[in-house]
Design a protein around this ligand. Structure first.
Ligand code: MD6
Ligand code: FE
Length: 216
């Protein structure tokens, strides 16, 4: 199903309803994409991408950085949000205003008013990297949606059920696509399949994913 909630989307942009509370805004971030990647580079100059370790002791294949008041971290003691980069002990870089504005506009377009993210997790996927099925459940208020921005190489997003063993649907995501999900879909299992090699004019040989959350 496609819909245009406000009847004023740019012509190349479309909205796809995935499931209860979850939408894809195709190409919503396209016009801002070069500026977004420039800001990612600025954040990574302060808090470099690193492969964090899961509580089970495995290195994640996607490299991560964060910006905003809170960042998401994982290590031997578990998953959590914290205000300092554990590598430096210093606060995460501030959330660039273009990030904040984009996330708020995307949430509003999807029907979620007043979204004010305090955390942005930046994932960098190089060929071979993937993200297994997981729930995003470390946030205090799960009535707030998550806004997820894809930049660079395409990937297949897996969107499953509220229990892990439900077979996920597969949604291809391309440069500039934004997924907004909340409501009854907020705690669905999800992940991405292995990134294939390629070369993108804006990001080169990788894919970035920005996920905006209200953590506290
Ligand atoms: C990714 N995304 O697209 C991984 N989580 O690379 C996520 O884990 C995610 O896209 C919550 C909501 C939207 C997402
Ligand atoms: Fe997630």
């Amino acid at each position: 199903m496609t819909l245009d909630l406000f009847g004023e989307l740019p012509p190349q942009m479309t909205i796809e309803h995935l499931m209860d509370g979850a939408l894809v805004l195709r190409q919503f971030a396209l016009a801002d994409s070069e500026a977004l990647v420039a800001e990612i580079d600025q954040v990574a100059a302060v808090s470099p991408f690193r492969n964090m370790t899961t509580p089970g002791g495995h290195a994640m294949s996607a490299a991560m950085s964060c910006c905003g008041n809170l960042g998401w971290v994982t290590d031997a003691s578990g998953y959590r949000y914290q205000s300092e980069d554990p590598e430096s002990g210093r606060p995460w870089p501030a959330m660039p205003s273009i990030f904040q504005k984009l996330a708020c506009r995307a949430a509003q377009t999807a029907g979620y008013q007043g979204f004010e993210p305090d955390a942005c997790l930046i994932n960098r996927y190089q060929p071979g990297a993937r993200m297994g099925l997981h729930q995003d459940k470390n946030e205090q208020d799960v009535t707030q949606p998550i806004v997820s921005v894809s930049l660079g190489l395409p990937i297949v997003f897996q969107f499953g059920g509220l229990v892990r063993n439900e077979r996920p649907m597969r949604v291809p995501l391309a440069h500039g696509d934004v997924v907004v999900w909340g409501g009854a879909s907020r705690l669905r299992y999800h992940g991405v399949l292995t990134l294939k090699a390629g070369d993108h004019p804006v990001t080169g040989a990788c894919r970035y994913n920005l996920t905006f959350r209200r953590a506290r």
